[in-house]
Design a protein around this ligand. Sequence first.
Ligand code: SAH
Length: 354
Amino acid sequence: MTALAQVLMRRIKATGPITIAEYMADCLLHPKHGYYSTRDPFGRAGDFVTAPEVSQMFGELIGLCLAQVWLDQGRVASFTLAELGPGRGTLMADMLRAAKSVLGFVDAAQVHLVEASPILRDKQRETLAGRQIKWQDSADQLPDAPLFLIANEFFDALPIRQFVRDAPGWRERQVGVKDAALAFGLSDAAAVGALEHRSRDTSPGDMVEVCAPATAIMQTISQRIASHGGAALIIDYGDWRSRGDTLQALQDHAYDDVLAHPGEADLTAHVDFEALTNAASGVAVTTMTPQGVFLVRLGIGERAHALAKNLKGKALSSHLAAHHRLTDAGEMGTLFKSIALHPLGSAVPPGFAP
Ligand code: SAH
């Protein structure tokens, strides 16, 4: 049993079952035993690999996309360049390197990283050495200024609550203790105001997921962009409208039982892009676009071709495999989706449709 499992079982015995959101928050960010608080989980030796770790092309294209939006909106002299959940800092480093080719963009950027894990902050400091960076604990600490933002595989780490439709209302899924182990249970049925609209497209027994922190973050980001300009690109795995149980644990590149190793396995849930879109206000939100389509529109084919010219043997084959992995429908191309927020009436960011 993990150290965190013992902490949680003591707490549950003292004060009763906890929500999935409380469980997820402690598993990921408990100060002493949380998954992100205690390790760098990325790469082949870690538990999973993200798009910026697959290939430099991902960050380069995103950097150029945001730089083009900056040009389209009139090259504001100073703006916040923010990343939510920057992992190892690889994506931001690739963005800044590629965007150097757009005169003035990098000099006008004040880089802000929203990161909860002290270990990953250290890693980001190393990756981005030589660059002035500010770290923030949450998105609402970002300056009230023009905002150009990227969030890749960030929203999937935010705590969700799960509700099972019951004939008269909803039962919330909880984590309790049974036979000296953590076990799932359900609360009594109650009405849930935020789920009223889901009574039309669900039947008794169906599960839906709600992510309250995502709603709050979308409101913060859209307020900055509506007032001062900029854009936000959000990329994650998920789909339009939450349906069913998507909570999953990953350890050592394999699926794990969600309750088996709290604090030692990554926990994520699919992102509900409909909920993100509805939470944005005062800005335009693009159509949800599969990652593969987005990257192809940004020119990943041309970039892959240019890089391939200087590669041979193993380096060439791993570059071709990375291109495939980011864009192919059977890999990350379709499972991952993207949306962009931009000011009402401004040009739609490259790679997206209105
Ligand atoms: N964007 C990176 C990393 C994704 S993993 C990449 O694509 O490689 C999720 C990241 O979000 C990690 O850096 C993790 O520490 C951070 N994170 C998770 N929950 C967070 C929260 N509530 N607040 C701030 N950062 C968080």
